[in-house]
Design a protein around this ligand. Structure first.
Ligand code: ADP
Ligand code: ADP
Length: 230
């Protein structure tokens, strides 16, 4: 079944057309890696999927609902099902790691505190940080912070996870741990759209690779199509 149905998506900033006419679908359980040069429109594309950025034209259907037709309140409800992870981790610096993860489920889903704590601890274990719950984000490495950001997104039990260059801001030695967590998620069947420059990850984890350039998806195919029949 389709999770995302992107129909004739266009985005202009003033007179500049950054996304030119994109129609694609993402099926449940699929991992899509979006690759392409800097300035291609990848980040804009990802932000348009959740309407963090308002498309100039076209439609984004999430589980059949046209996000472009919704009021902000309804949009917020659906966005809860779309986990976002950015290049910068955006953790709340004055809260412990555990509280960072607990906040949204408690505030938004009215989850009881003890249940939220349990969930958060389970997620911390999943990202390999069981012993870091009481730390503050600034005491963690970049790679650890990014794994907390992933756990925080997962705490809302999203239907799809969207990643915008999640490892680009990390020291090289941290990249592997974050990619491993993402790979595990993919194995568990999470639907994912990942903007990345990590070709090894794209090759081994993606079901489909979308090559974006100049505001279009110029090519798409399986990793085999991209890496074995260039
Ligand atoms: P990528 O993620 O592939 O590097 P981006 O989506 O960040 O590409 O940017 C695509 C193009 O859109 C770039 O030329 C960039 O300068 C431009 N752009 C992105 N965001 C804005 C904005 N808020 N206002 C104007 N231009 C923008
Ligand atoms: P990335 O390619 O990693 O998205 P950028 O440096 O292109 O990073 O963009 C960083 C931020 O600046 C984004 O929020 C983007 O929307 C904004 N931006 C990029 N280009 C422009 C631009 N020409 N005018 C205004 N904002 C821009």
């Amino acid at each position: 079944t389709k999770i995302l149905d992107i129909q004739n998506l266009k985005k202009k900033y003033h007179e500049t057309e950054v996304l030119k006419d994109i129609s694609e679908t993402v099926e449940k359980g699929q991992v899509i890696c979006v690759i392409g040069p800097s300035g291609a429109g990848k980040s804009t594309f990802l932000r348009c999927l959740t309407l963090l950025e308002q498309p100039t034209d076209g439609h984004i259907l999430f589980e059949g609902t046209d996000l472009t037709s919704l009021k902000e309140v309804q949009l917020d409800e659906l966005r809860e099902k779309m986990g976002m992870v950015f290049q910068s981790f955006n953790l709340f610096p004055n809260m412990s790691v555990l509280d960072n993860i607990k906040l949204a489920p408690m505030k938004v889903k009215n989850m009881a505190e003890d249940q939220a704590t349990q969930t958060a601890q389970k997620l911390l274990a999943q990202v390999g940080l069981s012993d870091k719950g009481d730390e503050f984000p600034t005491n963690l490495s970049g790679g650890q912070q990014q794994r907390v950001a992933i756990a925080r997104a997962l705490a809302m039990q999203p239907e799809v996870m969207l990643f915008d260059e999640p490892t680009s801001a990390l020291d090289p030695e941290m990249v592997g741990d974050v990619l491993k967590v993402m790979q595990d998620l993919a194995k568990e069947g999470m639907t994912m759209v990942v903007v990345t420059h990590e070709m090894g990850f794209a090759r081994s984890v993606a079901d489909q690779i979308w090559f974006m350039d100049g505001g279009y998806i110029q090519e798409k195919g399986t990793p085999e199509d991209f890496f074995e029949h260039p």
